[in-house]
Design a protein around this ligand. Structure first.
Ligand SMILES: C[S@@+](CC[C@H](N)C(=O)[O-])C[C@H]1O[C@@H](n2cnc3c(N)ncnc32)[C@H](O)[C@@H]1O
Length: 326
C-alpha cells in the first residue's frame, strides 16, 4: 500500500481487511490526522458512500478532508473531539441530506494519539528533541497548555500522573524537581521540562534506554488533552450505539446493525479500556468481537514505521442480530 512521505497510516491493511468498508456505506474516521486511513476508507465506500472526518487539530482536519475528498467520495470534516462524535454525526447538518434516522454510520475508526507532523513541529511543544513552547494541545485554540497545567498542579497529583500515565518509576523525583524549579521561574519551554526530568534522573539518565523525558512528555500530553476521558466517551457512545443497533422498536441509534468499530491504541491503559469495553458489549449480547487478541504490526511495518511498534488494533461488530448469531 503506497503512502506519501510524512505520517504513515498504521496497520492500514488489517484496518481495511477487518473493517471491510463496502461501496455506499457511511464511515466515520474519528481521528482524521493526515488522511491516510481516511483516503483508503473514502476509496472503499466510493461516491455513493459518505465519509465523516473528525479531528481536534483544524489543520490536520483540513488536510485530511481535502485528501479524502479528492477521491470523489462525499466527505464532511467536523472540527472537534471524537468524544462528541455521536452528536456530531446525528446533528441535522450531518450527512448529505439523507438524515441519520434513515442511514446511521456503518464503520468507525479511531487511530488514537498524535500524528507525526504534530510531534515534528517544535511550535506545538510535543517533543523534547527541539526546544519550543510547552503547549501540547491537539487543538491549540482551546483548553489549558502543558505549561499552564504544570504551573498549577500539586506535586502529589503531578507525581501520580507521571507514574500512572507515563509509567515512569522516577515520577516522584521528577515532580519534586518540577515543583522546585517552578518555584523560581515558571517552566515555559519543552527544553526546560526535559532538563528538569534529566536532572531528576541524575546519573541514572545515562542508563535509560529511551530519553528520560519520554514518559513525562507522554503523561503530560495525555493529561493536557484528556485523552483517556475522550476515549471513555467514545466507548460509551459505541455502547449506546450497540445497544440500539438493530433492536426492533428502539429509537434509531447512530450505529447501523452490523456496524464495525476499530480502535488503534498506543498506550496500555487505552488498550485495556478498549478491551474491557468490547468484551462487555459481547457479554451483553449486543456485539461480537472481530478480534479476540489485538492485531499488531509485523516486523516489516515496524521497520518502515517505528511508531507502529506499540499499536494495538481491536475491532468489534455491533447489533443484536449479529451477537445472537443470526
Ligand atoms: C494517529 S493520528 C491519526 C492518523 C490518521 N489515521 C492518518 O492516517 O493520517 C491521530 C490524530 O487524531 C487527532 N486526535 C487525537 N485525539 C482526538 C480526539 N479526542 N478527537 C479528535 N481528534 C483527535 C490528533 O489531532 C491527530 O491528528
Amino acid at each position: 500500500m503506497n503512502a506519501p512521505a510524512g505520517h504513515l497510516p498504521v496497520l492500514a491493511k488489517p484496518v481495511m481487511d477487518l473493517l471491510a468498508p463496502a461501496p455506499g456505506q457511511r464511515v466515520l474516521d474519528c481521528t482524521a490526522g493526515r488522511g491516510g486511513h481516511a483516503e483508503l476508507l473514502a476509496r472503499a465506500v466510493g461516491p455513493a458512500g459518505h465519509v465523516f472526518l473528525m479531528d481536534r487539530d483544524a489543520a490536520n482536519l483540513a488536510h485530511a478532508t481535502a485528501r479524502a475528498a479528492a477521491t470523489g467520495t462525499p466527505v464532511q470534516g467536523i472540527h472537534g473531539s471524537f468524544a462528541g462524535c455521536e452528536r456530531a454525526v446525528t446533528a441535522p447538518s450531518a450527512g448529505s441530506g439523507a438524515g441519520l434516522a434513515v442511514r446511521p454510520v456503518d464503520r468507525v475508526l479511531a487511530d488514537l494519539g498524535f500524528a507525526s507532523n504534530q510531534m515534528d513541529d517544535p511550535a506545538r511543544g510535543f517533543s523534547f528533541q527541539q526546544d519550543g513552547p510547552l503547549d501540547m494541545r491537539l487543538d491549540p485554540s482551546q483548553g489549558e497548555s502543558a505549561a499552564e497545567l504544570l504551573a498549577r498542579m500539586p506535586e502529589r497529583d503531578l507525581a501520580d500522573a507521571i507514574f500512572r500515565l507515563g509509567e515512569d518509576p522516577f515520577a516522584r523525583r521528577i515532580a519534586r524537581v518540577i515543583v522546585d524549579r517552578r518555584g523560581s521561574a515558571p517552566l515555559r519551554t519543552t527544553g526546560q521540562l526535559a532538563s528538569a526530568v534529566v536532572s531528576a534522573y541524575g546519573p541514572k539518565a545515562r542508563f535509560s534506554r529511551m530519553h528520560p523525558a519520554t514518559r513525562t512528555f507522554m503523561a503530560l500530553r495525555i493529561m493536557v488533552n484528556d485523552e483517556l476521558g475522550a476515549l471513555a466517551a467514545l466507548l460509551d457512545a459505541v455502547a449506546r450505539g450497540a445497544r440500539s443497533a438493530g433492536v426492533a422498536g428502539a429509537a434509531a441509534g447512530w450505529l447501523a446493525p452490523g456496524a464495525r468499530v476499530a480502535v488503534i491504541s498506543f498506550h496500555s491503559l487505552e488498550d485495556r479500556m478498549v478491551k474491557h469495553a468490547f468484551a462487555e458489549l459481547e457479554r451483553l449480547g449486543v456485539a461480537r468481537r472481530i478480534t479476540r487478541k489485538p492485531v499488531e504490526a509485523d516486523e516489516a511495518e515496524i521497520r518502515l514505521n517505528p511508531r507502529s511498534r506499540s499499536a494495538k488494533l481491536r475491532v468489534i461488530e455491533v447489533g443484536a442480530e449479529i451477537a445472537s448469531g443470526r
